[in-house]
Design a protein around this ligand. Structure first.
Ligand code: M6R
Length: 610
């Protein structure tokens, strides 16, 4: 999704903006641009394509400015092009705007402005907004006031940063639905859509909330609500080291993040296991434990990989707590008429904590009075802040667009919530201790699986030319099959389907021939024998079978073409391990195909538009 960065202070902002934009590249984008104001002059430079391209264009110009804004655009209105790239500006080219989000009523506003003589050169909703601000600027003669008036007419979502040549002492930012953060420095200040763009320069940040506008000067900032009332904002300290957001010697962020899993899995459980009591301690849920345990129903809502984590959570919570669980796509949940009772608990899972649909689903559930919990990775993100209570997964920054370590950490946290609630209900201390014992072994087990990286790479080499893949699993491994298929399609562009293994014979079996790779997740669990029967069915039709199996399985090798053996753990925790080979298969296939693993086409890391 689009990225925003801005700087005001004594330094030359050009390298700061470029570095900030590079740190936002992981979000996915198709064009980039900056606007600068210096002395009595201004400059806008934009390009279709990557920030490297923009940097080359700038390097020929020897630009120095103390005020500037930069943007990476992920096209929504109008194709990726130089003209559609941000910043957008008014006719006089003295007012510059960058925007994340969507102005839903832009065509109505455009018609009004056109009647007043405004002309448009791009196809974007953002150009409409900058001209709407311009219209009020001409009437009110004050940038913040003009922005406030303009935003009052806007329907939709926005995170914006605006600079104006006649008021060169400030950047004005505003937020509704798209994240915005201020970075507080020494006699310099920053704005961004994501703290990653700022942390080279400052760890002090201020999160803007919806309907807030801030004037950011080099030595102070003033935040107001949409009714122009000043508000006091808290300054937060963010704890992200630069090396956490660099590749650390790996060819890709995705590989680094896959390889980090022993550590990220450990970080998700660190300090959260009460071994003697056979339970978990989750500070973020303190005071809510009984209410959750007494829920009549739990609804988990999320998107993409986080939704797959939710499906595993459903199996975990129903098995161990006896509470009925439903899992909902946030994008569906937000618009239908979900029946939510006051004694339901809702869990919203989101790596970024900014996914527009998940955030909207959370707001809808809050309106209906249910207890809303968040499971997020990004500290201080919107979903984390707006939930009633929640748990951070502590996986560390995830930069690769394909989610890997966040998924396994989400599952660790779901297992801890399950343990905590199950111990409040029927789970005995002995069984609680047994689970803890297995949870503690997960980092070591993950490490063992990662040692198979080269072997998995060789299997991937055999199938990178395939055009279709099937992923099959049952029970706890069914969501893993979905996740394996999603990983493959998003980074290798190979069509892949995940199915419950038994469903295969109700349709997908028609696809199987000797060209069709089928990945079975066939660990020794409660449904192992059933999965073996499904493997036989594929084998009978000459499908090529890759199986993820338990290390003590000496039989499966005779049935399938390739086996990847993983350590045996309890069923509930198996997905945390069985997904790792699937992440590696997808990674190696995409690399072999020469694709951009970290920034796959059309995808965004944080989907902040619906
Ligand atoms: O940040 P979130 O967890 O809310 O993101 C949800 C999905 O957009 C995300 O999981 C997406 O499916 C990933 N690209 C999967 O790898």
């Amino acid at each position: 999704m689009c990225g925003i960065v801005g700087y005001i202070g004594p330094k030359n902002c050009v390298p700061i903006l470029i570095e900030g934009l590079k740190r936002l590249e992981y979000r996915g984008y198709d064009s980039a641009g900056i606007a600068l104001i210096y002395n009595d002059s201004s400059e806008v430079i934009k390009t279709k394509g990557k920030v490297d391209e923009l940097e080359k264009m700038i390097s020929n110009k020897n630009l120095i400015a103390n005020l500037g804004i930069g943007h990476t655009r992920w096209a929504t209105h109008g194709e990726p092009s130089m003209i559609n790239a941000h910043p957008h500006f008014n006719k006089e080219k003295n007012l510059f705007l960058i925007h994340n989000g969507i102005i839903e009523n832009y065509s109505t506003l455009k018609k009004i402005l056109e009647k007043e003589g405004y002309k448009f050169i791009s196809e974007t909703d953002t150009e409409v907004l900058v001209n709407l601000i311009d219209r009020y600027l001409k009437r009110k003669n004050n940038l913040s006031t003009a922005i406030r008036y303009a935003l009052n007419e806007v329907e939709g979502t926005y995170g914006i940063a605006v600079i104006y040549k006649n008021e060169p002492d400030k950047i004005v930012v505003a937020r509704k639905g798209s994240p915005l953060v201020l970075g507080i420095g020494e006699k310099e200040n920053f704005v961004a859509s994501d703290v990653n763009a700022l942390i080279t320069y400052t760890s002090q940040v201020v999160y803007l909330e919806d309907d807030e506008i801030a004037e950011v000067y080099s030595n102070r900032f003033v935040a107001k609500n949409i009714s122009d009332k000043e508000i006091i904002k808290e300054i937060h300290e963010v704890d992200i080291a630069i090396d956490e957001i660099s590749k650390g010697g790996y060819a890709h962020y995705m590989l680094k993040e896959i390889m980090e899993q022993p550590e990220s899995i450990f970080n998700s459980m660190r300090g959260r296991l009460l071994i003697d009591e056979g339970t978990a301690k989750l500070g973020g849920l303190h005071g809510f434990e009984d209410r959750i345990a007494n829920s009549e129903r739990i609804i988990i809502s999320a998107c993409g990989t986080s939704w797959h984590a939710g499906l595993v959570g459903e199996y975990m919570l129903e098995q161990y707590t006896g509470i009925p669980v439903e899992v909902e796509y946030a994008s569906e949940f937000r618009y239908r008429h979900p029946i939510i009772n006051s004694n339901d608990t809702l869990i919203f899972i989101s790596q970024s904590g900014e996914t527009a649909d998940t955030l909207a689903a959370l707001r809808e559930a809050k309106r209906k009075g249910a207890l809303c919990l968040g499971i997020c990775n990004v500290v201080g993100s919107s979903i984390a802040r707006e939930s009633d209570a929640g748990v951070y997964i502590h996986a560390g920054p995830e930069i690769g667009v394909a989610s890997t370590k966040a998924f396994t950490s989400q599952l660790v946290v779901l297992s801890l919530i399950t343990l905590l609630i199950a111990r409040k209900k029927q789970l005995s201390i002995i069984d609680g201790k047994r689970l803890i014992n297995e949870i503690q072994k997960l980092p070591e087990y993950a490490k063992k699986i990662l040692e198979l990286n080269k072997d998995i790479g060789k299997i991937a080499d055999k199938y990178f030319n395939a055009t279709n893949f099937l992923y099959l699993g049952r029970g706890y491994n069914f969501p893993v099959a979905l996740e394996g298929a999603l990983k493959l399609k998003e980074i290798s562009y190979i069509h892949a389907e995940g199915y419950p293994a038994a469903e295969m014979k109700h349709g997908p079996i028609a696809l199987i021939d000797d060209n069709m790779p089928v990945v079975f997740i066939a660990t020794k669990d409660a449904v192992y024998d059933k999965v073996i029967s499904n493997i036989e069915e594929v084998k009978a039709r000459k499908g090529k079978i890759i199986a993820v199996a338990s290390e003590d399985d000496n039989q499966i090798g005779k049935l399938v073409d390739h086996v990847i053996k993983i350590p045996k753990t309890v069923d509930m925790l198996t997905p945390i391990l069985s997904v790792i080979p699937l992440q590696l298969i997808a990674y190696h296939i995409a690399v072999k195909k020469g694709l951009n693993v970290d920034q796959p086409r059309n995808l965004a890391k944080s989907v902040t538009v619906e």
